[in-house]
Write a protein that binds this ligand. Structure first.
Ligand code: COA
Length: 260
């Protein structure tokens, strides 16, 4: 696929999506949001892709936020529409994909950039990364899921402090908060993400997709996560992957899963 603002690469079972607007610190304009949707949809629909890594180009930024120049003259209704469309097209879309997404945060992840990383299933950061939700400094609140996902990941008190101060935390603090799972030197960020991807790729893609659904169910209003787990657990017994996984264990060999 050809994109204006993204680089989309596939290596065997791994897709790497790199947001490529380095002069604008990879800020998310409308076109980039649509292209990200298309790239994620493409990777998710590809039976062979088992993991997606998302990162930013350059050494400075993952994503420095939504593109402020696009909404500076918006009124209330346009603002609400911007958030609603963006959440549906990209942020909720990523969170609910069947394919695991690892965000490799290679620098600033601010506003919509941190919200994008938080929509991924796993986050790792390079040691120069800075993360924050600066929206209140612009007279806004986070609009791409930040008021919901940040408290889920770091707890309400820390989330309130980050949102109210509009400040940035560094990679070590993000690690301590549980906002990222690992911190690496910048030159090792992608290889670290690939190592995690390789471990994921050993396992059943079908089971992983079911686990994503069950974990997410627990964070949805009106949905019982335990019920989703029971349903998914039961459904797993009807899959080829279950037969292969258990047979391989009993036969003392490595399981060969066909894909998602
Ligand atoms: N939207 C639009 N453009 C952005 C942007 C954003 N969110 N973040 C950075 N850019 C642009 C800058 O306007 C500048 O463009 P220019 O060269 O045409 O003037 C370019 O990216 C480089 O940014 P600059 O501010 O010069 O880099 P810096 O190293 O001095 O500062 C940041 C880096 C991240 C601290 C600063 O760019 C910043 O605060 N960005 C906005 C962060 C934000 O509030 N995001 C939330 C949006 S809801």
């Amino acid at each position: 696929m050809n994109f204006e603002n993204l680089i989309y690469e596939v290596d065997d079972q791994l897709a790497v999506i790199t947001i490529n607007r380095p002069k604008k610190l990879n800020a998310l304009n409308r076109e980039t949001i649509q292209e990200l949707h298309d790239a994620f949809a493409e990777a998710d629909a590809d039976e062979d892709i088992g993991v997606i890594i998302l990162t930013g180009s350059g050494e400075k930024a993952f994503v420095a936020g939504a593109d402020i120049s696009e909404f500076s003259d918006f009124e209330e209704e346009e603002g609400a529409l911007l958030a609603r469309k963006g959440q549906k097209l990209l942020f909720d879309f990523i969170e609910n994909l069947s394919t695991p997404v690892i965000a490799a945060i290679n620098g600033f992840a601010l506003g919509g950039g941190l919200e994008l990383a938080m929509a991924a299933h796993i986050r790792i950061a390079s040691d120069n990364a800075r993360m924050g939700l600066p929206e209140t400094s612009l007279g806004l609140i986070p609009g791409y899921g930040g008021t919901q996902r940040l408290p889920q990941l770091v707890g309400k008190g820390r989330a309130f402090e980050m949102i109210m101060t509009a400040g940035m935390i560094n990679a070590d603090q993000a690690l301590q908060y549980g906002l990222v799972n690992h911190v690496t030197m910048q030159e090792e960020l992608m290889s670290h993400a690939e190592k995690i991807a390789a471990k994921i790729l050993n396992n059943s893609g079908v089971a992983i997709a079911t686990a994503i659904h069950a974990v997410n169910a627990g964070f949805k209003t009106g949905v019982n996560g335990y019920d989703a787990e029971i349903e998914g657990f039961g459904a797993s017994f009807g899959t080829e992957d279950f037969k292969e996984g258990t047979s391989a264990f009993l036969e003392k060999r490595k399981a060969e899963f066909p894909g998602k």
